[in-house]
Design a protein around this ligand. Structure first.
Ligand code: ARG
Length: 278
């Protein structure tokens, strides 16, 4: 009798664990208009649940495409998290501004896109621990008009006036610079692009005078295009973290997995692979 009870108890424990693991993942499929939530049924399904990642694969080395493959730090870290939770990672690629709306709308389980934690974003998103940092830098043409970041703000030279600065729509670069313009701290004209690479192309072809973007993507873009450089300057550090809808049911499990991956050095290993020490 005792044996039987132990067996039943352990079966219940196993079942409960299975539910927790499955509950950690999102719906089986989020494509199309299927709104049915399959996470409710967990029994007998051999199919792995998916963990849907909203990202904007235009931001090397954090996320980018190589042929039809998703590559980058965020993609690999998300993959490690999915492995830990027993889920299959599904990447949902979109423009960066769409990531910021898809995640709170529950269209993806989480967002990773070199995404900076800001006070404003905390109003409609929850964030994991930070797993990386970045700073906004200015890319200019070698021998161009702008010699330092201060030039944008220097009224005596009146350089800000007439300068066009490219940013990626709704990124922190956009928010900070547009904020400075509306507070009349600078007279530059902010030009918003869907992707950082579009802003860089505009810089290369002389349509704008600089691009304000995160330092690591900036390095990639400078490397990929002749005649560009990054201006020296003291920049404010930003924390990158995973974004979730408010009160997301999977946030705690994803964050616990992330904590483990940070503690055991796995995250650093991925970062070092993509950002080799100089
Ligand atoms: N760190 C900046 C922000 O959060 C830029 C992120 C852009 N990411 C991307 N995948 N394009 O606003």
């Amino acid at each position: 009798m005792k044996k039987k009870i132990t067996l039943i108890v352990s079966l219940i424990v196993v079942a409960a664990l299975a539910v927790t693991v499955f509950a950690a993942c999102g719906k089986t499929n989020t494509t199309g208009n299927d709104t049915s939530d399959s996470s409710a049924s967990t029994s007998g399904s051999a199919e792995k649940k998916t963990l849907t990642l909203a990202t904007s694969a235009d931001f090397p080395p954090y996320e980018y495409m190589e042929g039809d493959q998703y590559k980058g730090i965020d993609i690999e870290v998300a993959g490690l998290i999915a492995d830990k939770l027993g889920c299959e990672l599904k990447v949902s690629n979109m423009n960066f501004d769409a990531v910021l709306t898809a995640v709170p709308a529950g269209k993806a389980d989480m967002g990773m896109a070199g995404l900076t934690v800001t006070e404003d974003r905390l109003k409609n998103l929850d964030f994991s621990d930070s797993y990386a940092t970045g700073v906004q830098v200015l890319i200019v043409k070698e021998g161009g008009k702008i010699a330092s970041v201060d030039d944008l703000y220097d009224e005596s030279k009146d350089l800000g006036k007439g300068l066009k600065i490219g940013v990626q729509l709704t990124t922190t670069g956009d928010i900070y610079l547009s904020g400075d313009v509306s507070q009349k701290k600078t007279n530059v004209e902010v030009k918003e692009y869907k992707a950082g690479a579009d802003a860089v192309m505009a810089l290369v072809s002389g349509k704008i005078d600089a691009v304000l973007i995160d330092n690591e993507p900036a390095k990639s873009f400078v490397k990929a295009n002749d005649g560009l450089k990054i201006l020296d300057g003291e920049y404010v550090k930003e924390d990158y973290a995973i974004a979730f809808a408010k009160n997301s049911p999977i946030k705690d499990q994803v964050n616990a997995a992330l904590k483990e991956l940070i503690a055991d050095g796995s995250v650093q290993k991925v970062i070092d692979k993509y950002i080799p020490a100089e």
